[in-house]
Design a binder for this molecule. Structure first.
Ligand code: PRX
Length: 668
């Protein structure tokens, strides 16, 4: 298990001592699905009293099962837990057919807001038809239950339909964010052993066309991807593209003539719905494997509990389908509860930084879910250009706000509360992870008094706790390691191809092998017991809500022929939460001045090519060496202090080369 040496590194610190409290309004509480703290405590108690009974009841009430389950939780092979294992269902059936059977066929499922503002809508019936034709097309290509399909697409109805189509036929999808490089894509294709890639010709972002299919071609040309027999291409921009005969098919040709009905493939609850790659502290990205039944249950329930979703709501989650938020709260959760949602192709600053606010008004959005990074950058934009300040927009349709992906600093929380929510919308600061499948710790909007910067309390059934490094509970007011003491239905099932890494990463022996280790530090308020996340305790960075391992970036840097050694650390950043600072030793003499600038740019672009633009270091400093102990271990702790521009106060007597610190203090 990683030491807590770097606990709280780089994240915006907000103390558990924050004293402002915002009660949900009486009007909100009165209509809420979970109304008032007594209702919350009753549910917590129910889960504590009869854990399996609690989850079994919810799974029966909230999902449609083709074959009902009789066994709720199987812990025989812990930590490889199984939920509802003898039950059978289909996720796409639950998201589409079930709504149609319940009379919601003509209800709008998706309002698609394109980059240029064009709007297209799809009702549940229309989406069902699209998904069925897509699914039949995939089947016609020989893609079947258990096959892995990579989805490398931009935000579109087709992207969501691709995920649902895979779910319908029991194929396991793995969505790769459209900003990842050919090399990252290739690695994921190989690890997943994918038989097909679904992509677009290009993506449109902020008025610019960016490649997709060309990157897929490049990834496949890198080699090792022989498992891929088909590439399906959605035509978005219509640019001229080479198509490889026998391998590439346009989506419109694939679905041409296909039946609008497709019998769902009924799968076991544990059948892997998707694999989503995310960064860990060491090694290559890990393929987080999620189930069908337990995952969908939690996606649906959290829509009801955390977002208080109601039939007339218009829900908008601004995430990308390439991240887990876009899985649980775009592709699955909203449809599992028959909601209407906005799917947005563009970026928050195009055509101007009022785009979010304009779009909320345009579609009467009532529930808005975004990341602190976006809020912080829009606060800045409104300071610079008062025309895009939210006060210029009618935001009265909003009734609930959400935040996700990183700690929200109290200033950003207050701005969000006041200027976007008009001081009447509760804010749900939802703490969760790729591995957890859905929200874990969050206020309930009609119950929990909110404290800016705190994700407050665990949802009913989530046994979150804070322990020390020996797995012992720590008292409130004392920081420690965030764990979950009991398995829950939507948890990660394993790391694809690597069950040992699953065990050692999430259920370390030091903690007894049965507690889920989240990888974050946390502290609970002495009086309220509210949780505040203090940041990762491992070498995982969170830049603009994007999760990256320092090791991945270091490996990318040392893969460059000029680089001898590299160490990457995070440092706090006003807008992006954290930013990447790399310390690099070149094989040639340490560059300075213009030469250093030129090489830094070259290396940034290199990392962009190796991993993707999101991984480009914000700053690169060159040194003759890195600070090391006598045994050769790089002292990242010291580098973090230097990256922040602070003076080193720690003992450096164990360093082999203390003089190097002076050299690394600032840009070369
Ligand atoms: O450090 C925590 C931070 O994001 C990490 C999970 O990243 P990822 O798997 O990419 O999932 C992001 C979307 C759920 C966590 O380990 N994090 C996420 N939400 C919050 C947060 N930190 C503080 N507060 C949050 N609400």
């Amino acid at each position: 298990m990683a030491a807590t040496e770097n606990q709280g590194q780089g994240t915006q610190q907000q103390g558990p001592e924050e004293s402002r409290v915002f009660e949900p309004s009486a009007a909100f509480a009165a209509q809420a699905t979970i109304s008032g703290m007594a209702a919350y405590h009753a549910m917590v108690k129910e889960a504590e009293t009869d854990y399996e009974g609690f989850w079994a009841r919810l799974a029966r009430e909230n999902l449609s099962w083709k074959k009902p389950f009789t066994r709720t939780l199987n812990e025989d092979d812990a930590p490889f837990y199984k939920w509802f294992e003898d039950g059978q269902l289909n996720v796409s059936y639950n998201c589409l057919d079930r709504n149609i059977e319940n009379g919601l066929g003509d209800k709008t499922a998706i309002i698609f807001e394109a980059d240029d503002g064009t709007v297209t809508k799809a009702s549940y019936k229309e989406l069902h038809e699209k998904v069925c034709k897509f699914a039949n097309g995939l089947k016609a290509k020989g893609i079947a239950k258990g096959d892995r399909v990579i989805i490398y697409m931009s935000m579109s109805v087709e992207g969501v339909a691709a995920m649902q189509a895979c779910a319908r036929i029991g194929a396991t999808h793995s969505v790769v964010f459209g900003g990842f490089s050919a090399k990252s894509l290739q690695e994921r294709i190989i690890d997943a052993g994918a038989v097909a890639v679904i992509t677009g010709d290009e993506q449109l972002r902020g008025g610019k066309k960016l490649p997709l299919k060309a990157i897929v071609d490049e990834a496949l040309a890198l080699g090792g991807c022989d498992s891929v027999k088909n590439v399906i291409v959605y035509k978005r921009t219509g640019s001229d593209l080479p198509m490889v005969a026998g391998r590439d098919t346009w989506l419109h040709d694939l679905v041409e003539g296909q039946s609008a009905q497709c019998e769902p493939e009924w799968v076991d609850a544990e059948h892997p719905l998707f694999i989503l790659y995310t960064s860990g502290s060491t090694g290559t990205p890990k393929g987080v494997q999620h189930s069908s039944g337990g995952y969908l249950l939690w996606a649906a329930l959290t829509m009801k509990w955390s977002f208080d979703i109601k039939p007339d709501d218009v829900f908008w989650c601004t995430a990308d389908i390439g991240w887990v938020t876009g899985h649980s709260y775009i592709a699955y959760g909203p449809m599992a509860v028959g909601a209407t949602q906005v799917v947005f192709e563009g970026i928050p600053t195009y055509p101007n930084a009022g785009r979010f606010w304009e779009t909320i008004k345009k579609h009467n959005v009532s529930i808005f879910y975004t990341a602190p990074t976006a809020i912080r950058s829009l606060i800045k934009a409104a300071d610079v250009d008062p025309k895009v300040h939210p006060s210029n927009y009618d935001l009265t349709s909003l009734r609930l706000l959400g935040s996700v992906g990183e700690p929200i600093n109290p200033e950003a929380w207050m701005w969000y509360y006041k200027h976007i929510g008009g001081e009447k919308c509760p804010i749900v600061d939802t703490f969760w992870q790729t591995e957890t499948g859905g929200h874990m710790i969050t206020p309930l909007p009609g119950a929990t008094p909110m404290v800016p910067g705190s994700c407050t309390l665990p949802l009913p059934g989530i046994m979150a706790a804070i322990v020390d490094e020996a797995g012992q509970d720590v008292p409130n007011g004392q920081g420690g390691i965030l764990v979950v003491k009991r398995p829950w239905p939507s948890m990660i099932r394993t790391i694809w191809n690597n069950p040992d890494r699953f065990k050692s990463s999430y259920f370390p022996e030091e903690l007894g092998g049965k507690m889920y280790l989240a990888g974050d530090g946390a502290i609970r308020n002495k009086d309220t017991g509210y949780f505040t996340i203090t940041g990762r305790i491992d070498d995982v960075l969170n830049v603009s809500g994007h999760r990256m391992g320092t090791m991945e970036i270091e490996s990318a840097l040392v893969a460059n022929p000029l680089v001898a050694e590299a160490a990457v650390v995070g440092r706090p950043d006003d807008t992006t939460g954290e930013s990447i600072c790399a310390f690099v030793v070149l094989k040639q003499a340490r560059p300075t001045g213009e030469e250093a600038k030129k090489l830094a740019l070259e290396l940034r672009n290199w990392v962009g090519k190796e991993i993707g633009p999101i991984a480009k270091p914000k700053e690169i400093r060159f040194g003759d060496n890195l600070p090391k102990t006598r045994s050769g271990k790089i002292m990242r702790r010291l580098l973090r202090v230097l990256a922040k521009g602070e003076t080193i106060t720690q003992d450096v007597s164990t360093l082999e080369n203390p003089a190097i610190l002076e050299q690394l203090k600032e840009a070369s």
